[in-house]
Design a protein around this ligand. Structure first.
Ligand code: ASP
Length: 509
């Protein structure tokens, strides 16, 4: 039964971090900080709430504006410095939320700042069907210290979580609140180690601001779910980051990316997703993917988006099966991959596609791929018509329509010839939804996607052909018909490709 309408008040979950830290040795104020223990926090006059002037410990209530709001505190069994956060801690947090979900209108999580954005990201993925605010906050200085930022962060987080009682817009998302910014949790990054304004979400406007007034940017808030809350608990931490740098030792890279234990790699690339196009590097990546590892391309830049295939130096990654992290933060990409690896162990082949779909507002677009697989055409074969392995009509989610399409591409990748000739070549034309197309068919029609005419030295490896098919995709998404791609080979030589797919970029809605 859903008690959401009756539930009031806020539960604060204390996990540790600077906000509740004290010097290890009480006689030496400069000794290293350690988090308050559960016993300290469980006291009625607990050190976290006792500094809130309008908090009444007898009735466990805080006064906000002219409203009294129930305020309760629960500590993790062993509060930690957030540098030690791990999946077990996330499980403990989500178990508390699951257990108490119907009893409160909102939740505040007190957390260290160091890994706060990992926790806000992973909780976004783990908590399904959220309908109440979960506001994660902390501070740069412990709550008892002079000039600490803790009290303001704590009280404002409580106020945001209690929006329903205060008749303010409710944000049914995992948020990060710090200083004066309400950010989507899975979009946030820690920007400064010491500024009070420590977090930002460079690729998404703030969900709200809390200056003199709390102002919510309602147009970008995600809708709460009407279904019952679920915790998706699987998590595989066998994922590493690999940050590309000029002049990397290729043997080292080869050893790392092909290590047996790794299941996924977040490849931190330059700019819009570029990396060295050295054959040794690309071969190592290709081998790793062929062993079933998932490699996600995320930019080293703080803002902007990976655009695989925009430059030749990223097309090589795309054709070898590296997938795009679009404009995800590295924390969101990392935790999303661990989450998907842990929750889809029975069907890992869908993880690369799911990784590129927006799940919780962590990316501005989704890339929906229609796969055609590998293929080849014989010397004498003039044309070949192909259909997606899983038909468009069954594969594309029904909510996608042409209004949401940003762009679409047809990519024919890993093109090579069998023979070891001095040079390789590919020449021909491509049509969509025109199975009887020939080399004489009209080129001024919508079904015509374009020409390819490439010639390359064998040591240059394999080639890729990309066509922009945005207008055609808009039509087939709306009509939902069975689509076909017809390739006309005008070269008189064998044509072979490793992968063909249509990538449809859908703006998140
Ligand atoms: N090391 C602390 C932590 O992350 C830093 C902080 O909370 O600001 O727990």
């Amino acid at each position: 039964m859903n008690h959401q309408n009756e539930s009031t008040g806020v539960l604060v979950i204390y996990t540790g971090g600077t906000i509740g830290s004290i010097p290890k040795n009480s006689k030496e104020p400069n000794s290293p900080l350690v988090p308050l223990s559960k016993e300290d926090v469980d006291k009625k006059e607990n050190p976290l709430f006792s500094l809130i002037e309008s908090y009444d410990s007898k009735f466990q209530q805080i006064v906000l504006g002219n409203q009294s709001i129930r305020l309760e505190l629960k500590s993790l069994d062993k509060p930690i410095d957030s540098s030690n956060v791990d999946p077990a801690v996330w499980t403990e947090i989500t178990s508390i939320i699951k257990k108490e979900y119907e009893n409160y209108e909102g939740f505040v999580i007190l957390h260290g700042t160091d890994t706060m954005t990992y926790t806000t990201s992973v909780l976004s993925f783990m908590i399904d069907n959220l309908n109440k605010p979960i506001i994660v906050t902390g501070s740069q200085k412990p709550i008892g210290e002079t000039r600490s930022d803790a009290l303001q962060n704590l009280i404002t987080a409580i106020e945001i979580a209690a929006a329903k009682s205060l008749n303010k817009p409710v944000i049914p998302e995992v948020c990060l609140f710090f200083r004066n910014k309400i950010l989507r949790g899975c979009r946030s990054i820690k920007y400064s180690a010491s500024n009070y304004e420590a977090f930002r979400s460079p690729n998404l406007p703030e969900l709200g601001t809390a200056d003199e007034y709390i102002v919510i940017n309602e147009s970008i808030i995600r809708k709460g779910s009407t279904q019952s809350l679920q915790i998706l608990g699987g998590y595989s931490p066998k994922v590493i980051y690999l940050k590309v740098a000029p002049g990397m030792d290729l043997d080292l890279i080869e050893t790392i990316v092909n290590s047996e234990k790794i299941e996924g790699i977040i490849l931190l690339t330059y700019g819009t997703g570029n990396a060295p196009s050295l054959p040794g590097f690309l071969n190592a990546i290709e081998k790793s993917i062929s062993q079933g590892k998932i490699i996600v391309n995320v930019s080293q830049c703080m803002s902007g988006e990976v655009e695989l295939g925009l430059y030749d130096v990223s097309a090589g990654l795309l054709s070898r099966g590296v997938i795009s992290g679009l404009d995800m933060t590295s924390e969101a990409a990392y935790t999303k991959l661990c989450h998907l690896l842990g929750t889809h162990q029975d069907n890992p082949s869908i993880i690369p596609d799911l990784m590129q779909i927006n799940l919780r507002g962590e990316q501005s677009k989704s890339i929906f791929n229609l796969h055609f697989g590998s293929g080849s055409m014989d010397v004498n074969q003039k044309s070949l018509t192909l259909h997606p392995i899983k038909d468009m009509v069954d594969a594309v989610p029904s909510m996608y329509n042409s209004n949401f399409i940003d762009k679409a591409f047809l990519r024919i990748m890993g093109i090579s010839e069998d023979e070891e000739t001095d040079f390789q070549s590919a020449r021909g034309k491509v049509y969509i939804d025109m199975e009887n197309a020939t080399s004489k068919s009209a080129e001024n029609i919508d079904n015509y996607l374009g020409k390819f005419d490439k010639r390359w030295e064998i040591q240059e490896g394999k080639e890729n052909i990309f066509f922009t098919i945005t207008n055609q995709a808009k039509k087939f998404i709306d009509n939902r018909h069975h689509i076909s791609i017809t390739i006309i080979n005008e070269n008189g030589r064998k044509l072979r490709w490793e992968k063909m797919e249509i990538g449809i970029f859908i703006n998140s809605y």
